[in-house]
Design a protein around this ligand. Structure first.
Ligand code: ADP
Ligand code: MG
Length: 269
């Protein structure tokens, strides 16, 4: 999938090491040359063994950390930094319990200097789409798990950036709610066609939602495989039983199992 505008994300040969606690211990290499791209309107999932550096890559895309070498750019040619173009939904929903749901969803806009009333107006418009109508003045504690995640996602989406970074958005949900949220996310994505990068540890979720799945190796991470998902859209939940779906799932599972085995090996200690 290429786009005539050429706008895209290029993640190019990222390396990163973190110092380890304790004297004279060598720095721990986390990323060993991670490269991938994303096109406008494309939904790309990133999977990989726990601790391999997925969130670290997202922190770099969001401008919260810098690579030791390599780079990330937005747009054609030399490109621009990605940070101003992306809205980041971190692994925890981070809703403030003392603020109303509406006032939680405008935080990103307030940080960017959007006046409060304007921010509230923009967020309110999205409440029906996110299944949160009538909960504008509720506190986060009054929401179900799925609703909290949708509120956190509304706060991300309302920032109106070209790229959404979703770090395990459904990780904390029970499996039924999770399935409902996956189907809901597919619907809203079809409607808005954001460029999405999503970290998940759920292979089925990755196949169901994505145009492409990037598999990272065990730490230090490189891209171990990229799998294109050419299943027609909109995808029905029943599609998960289709042979094409199952074959993709199996391929990804095999790669991931290989990597997880390595992650558990002696070099991880
Ligand atoms: P993932 O999201 O794939 O589970 P992370 O990107 O969170 O993995 O972390 C990868 C590795 O880098 C882990 O070993 C983690 O402990 C380490 N790490 C991440 N951020 C830091 C940091 N700021 N300082 C030191 N080590 C870090
Ligand atoms: Mg993580």
């Amino acid at each position: 999938m290429t786009d005539p505008r050429g706008d895209r994300i290029v993640v190019d040969s990222l390396t990163k090491s973190f110092p380890q606690p304790g004297r004279r211990r060598p720095a721990r290499q986390v990323l060993a040359g991670v490269s991938f791209t994303a096109q406008p309107g494309e939904f790309v999932s990133v999977i990989g063994p726990s601790g391999c550096g997925k969130s670290t890559v997202f922190a770099m895309l969001a401008g919260l950390d810098t690579p030791d070498s390599g780079g990330i750019r937005f747009g054609p040619g030399e490109g621009e930094p990605t940070a101003p173009h992306c809205a980041y939904m971190p692994q925890k929903d981070l809703l403030f319990p003392w603020r109303t749901v509406l006032d939680n969803t405008i935080l990103g806009l307030l940080v960017r200097g959007v006046p409060k009333e304007e921010a509230r107006r923009r967020a309110r418009e999205l409440f029906p789409v996110f299944g949160l109508s009538g909960f504008e003045d509720a506190r986060p504690s009054q929401l179900s798990g799925g609703m909290r995640q949708r509120a956190a996602m509304l706060r991300t989406v309302v920032q109106d950036r070209e790229l959404l970074l979703l770090d395990e958005p459904f990780g904390a949900l029970d499996s039924l709610t999770r399935t409902e949220m996956q189907s809901w996310l597919q619907d809203v994505w079809q409607r808005y066609r954001w460029m999405v990068l999503m970290i998940t540890h759920d292979i089925r979720e990755a196949v169901y939602l994505s145009d492409r799945v990037v598999v990272l190796s065990a730490r230090p991470a490189t891209v171990r495989r990229e799998v294109r998902v050419d299943l027609p859209r909109p995808r029905e939940l029943s599609m998960i039983a289709a042979p094409e779906f199952v074959a993709l799932e199996q391929e990804l599972l095999d790669v991931l199992h290989d990597e997880a085995r390595q992650a558990l090996g002696p070099r991880d200690s």
